[in-house]
Design a protein around this ligand. Structure first.
Ligand code: SF4
Ligand code: SF4
Length: 315
């Protein structure tokens, strides 16, 4: 497994970052012990970087990972916008993963220069905690091209975690090429780049090979790529691909045969836009949230393309 410098942060990370959202309560709901088996497999192939977030509910899993690998690099994120919220979030992260520092702490899902400004108080707190040694690098995650433009104006945001995949699936305000242009500019300035959603939230699973070829071809400007993994097969497959090796063909076959389902995540706002996009009438709004009828769902992803919140995944 290749290790890369995360921009100018001084932190070294594996090219493959283990995204932990998929093992948490919103998706597979694995126990921390089950999650630890997946982490252990990834670590045996040289992965040294795990991504989590306050909202994922996976701090107990990451705690197990940190126990297995004391030099593990950990990234987490928070929606806090003021000092008090930021203080609570950082404490929750450190207590949750059982450490007195965290490597990367980010403002979660920022949208533009305006939201960066709106979270300034939280950001100032994180920068203060960085000076005191509790955080090694500060930054933001985003699905927005406009946010990358905003982040480029703030050199204190050392790590950027943008959404990018070959079809631009999930980029809220632009194309893959537009996002890539900002990623290249940020990388040239020494920002650490963690790419998220190379498989488009599961919607590119049918084109896994091509989607991975695309993201792995961007080594010039992406330091590490976060992928959610929920089985040993997925870990083995991705570790081989990220190490430049051909995965065992049987692994690829098993992954293709894995039964998938549509998942509407907790933060669905019940706007109903997706319902009109489903020609199979598989979606309805119930109790303020979109609900899928799995017997009618053809996993075509049309609904996910129109969801303004990017809350619909295939897992
Ligand atoms: S479009 Fe997205 S946010 Fe709106 S109801 Fe559907 S899943 Fe929920
Ligand atoms: S994936 Fe396709 S069939 Fe399934 S709910 Fe969405 S639009 Fe309907």
């Amino acid at each position: 497994m290749i290790l890369n410098k995360l921009g100018n942060t001084g932190i070294e990370v594996s090219r493959l970052c283990f995204g932990s959202l998929t093992m948490g309560p919103f998706q597979r709901d694995l126990t921390p012990a089950q999650g630890a088996e997946l982490f252990e497999c990834a670590f045996s192939h040289g992965v040294n970087f795990v991504d989590t977030a306050e909202i994922y509910g996976t701090y107990p899993h990451v705690r197990e990972a940190a126990r297995l690998k004391p030099d593990l690099v950990v990234c987490s994120k928070s929606y806090a916008y003021d000092r008090q919220g930021a203080e609570q979030s950082l404490k929750k992260a450190l207590d949750g993963i059982g450490r007195d520092y965290i490597d990367v702490f980010l403002m979660h899902e920022q949208e533009s220069e305006h939201t960066i400004r709106g979270h300034r108080e939280a950001l100032e707190y994180y920068l203060e905690m960085k000076r005191k040694g509790y955080i090694r690098a500060v930054g933001l995650s985003t699905h927005y091209v406009a946010c990358m433009d905003g982040a480029l104006k703030h050199p204190e945001l050392e790590v950027l975690f943008p959404l990018i995949n070959k079809k631009g699936f999930g980029i809220a305000d632009g194309t893959a090429d537009e996002m890539l242009e900002r990623i290249r500019s940020a990388s040239a300035l020494g920002r650490g780049i963690i790419a998220m959603k190379p498989l488009g939230g599961g919607h590119l699973i049918g084109e896994r090979e091509e989607a991975l070829d695309y993201i792995l071809s961007l080594d010039d400007c992406i330091d590490t790529i976060a992928i959610g993994m929920q089985s040993i097969d997925e870990v083995e497959y991705n570790c081989a691909r990220f190490s430049g090796e051909a995965p065992d063909p049987e692994l690829g076959d098993r992954l293709r045969q894995t039964k998938r389902r549509l998942l509407v995540q907790e933060w669905c706002e019940g706007c109903g836009v997706c319902v009109g996009a489903c020609h199979n009438h598989a979606l309805s709004i119930q109790n303020g949230r979109a609900v899928v009828d799995p017997d009618k769902c053809a996993l075509c992803s049309y609904c996910a393309r129109v969801c303004p919140q990017f809350t619909i995944k295939i897992i």
